[in-house]
Design a binder for this molecule. Structure first.
Ligand SMILES: Nc1ncnc2c1ncn2[C@@H]1O[C@H](COP(=O)(O)OP(=O)(O)O)[C@@H](O)[C@H]1O
Ligand SMILES: [Mg+2]
Length: 273
């Protein structure tokens, strides 16, 4: 690494800046060295300067100590496994600031009073999106629903509990359907109950609930991916809730169990509101 040759002409402020710069370079190297060469390319592709700066901050705070290779790579975000300063495994969901679909996201943000003052730039929309997922997870978690525990959010980087065993994430319902009818019935009941608690207690509608966004931990359903979840008084809440319930019914019907009519479920979920 370059050694800076301090001399008397450098004033204290300049010296501090250089020191700081050096530390950042060291930290970046530490981050990158942990990764295989192929991951390094991904790092460079995903992590623009601003995202790297956020990661440095998270490193300094001890919220993240190391970041490993990419777990999942979606259109709008990348999921990384990492560890915090105590060695606990965490997940970093990093929203890509370049790839977002402005038009698709806007309606979810626009109808939400929590994001009334958001600027109409791509970058601030992505930041709001990450904030939204964090807040939604907080609400769901506080209501007692089994979701990844939200840990921290900064700009487009969301840190949450890693749901997995060892290094392997718990599979989704899509990849691991219920192993028998009894489990399917139990999971269905539990999920519908979760949708109700989410609605009544957390005041939320998931909005993208399907076998892709539910994990199956040995028969226990875990709901995740909540960036698009909306408050119950959102103009599209009803439409989203019906769609969520329809998705559950469609999936569980295929497992061979009997499901309740979507309209009846809807009434039961929203009763008293
Ligand atoms: N907290 C988590 N713990 C373990 N794996 C996770 C976690 N969050 C996401 N994943 C993995 O990353 C994948 C994509 O996450 P998701 O939040 O659904 O992103 P997207 O918005 O791209 O759909 C999931 O299917 C799951 O395998
Ligand atoms: Mg998803």
């Amino acid at each position: 690494m370059t050694k800076y040759n301090y001399n008397n002409e450098l004033d204290e402020r300049k010296r501090k800046r250089l020191d700081h710069k050096l530390k950042l370079v060291e930290k970046r190297d530490r981050l990158l060295i942990k990764d295989r060469t192929s991951d390094r390319a991904v790092f460079e592709e995903v992590f623009d300067k601003s995202t790297l700066m956020i990661l440095y901050t998270l490193l300094n705070l001890g919220i993240v100590e190391q970041i490993f290779g990419v777990l999942k790579s979606g259109k709008e975000s990348r999921i990384y496994r990492g560890v915090d300063s105590e060695g606990t495994v965490v997940v970093l969901k990093i929203y890509l600031t370049v790839a977002i679909e402005f038009k698709r996201m806007l309606p979810y943000i626009q109808g939400d009073p929590r994001f009334k003052h958001i600027k109409r730039s791509k970058r601030s929309l992505v930041y709001a999106w990450a904030q939204k997922e964090f807040k939604n997870l907080q609400r769901a978690y506080a209501a007692g629903i089994y979701v990844p525990k939200p840990i921290h959010v900064k700009k487009n980087v969301l840190i949450m509990e890693f749901i997995g065993e060892g290094d392997i994430p718990v599979p989704t319902l899509k990849d691991k359907p219920p192993k028998n009818l009894t489990t399917a019935r139990r999971m269905y009941k539990e999920l519908v109950r979760n949708v109700k608690i989410l609605y009544q207690k957390a005041g939320l509608v998931h909005g993208d609930l399907s076998e892709y966004n539910i994990m199956n931990k040995d028969g226990v359903p875990i709901i995740f991916d909540m960036s698009q979840a909306v408050l119950v008084d959102h103009p599209k809440a009803e439409e989203f809730l019906l769609r969520d319930l329809n998705n559950l019914n469609r999936f569980f019907k295929r497992t061979g169990i009997q499901v309740k009519e979507t309209k009846k479920l809807y009434k039961w979920v929203t009763k008293g509101k």
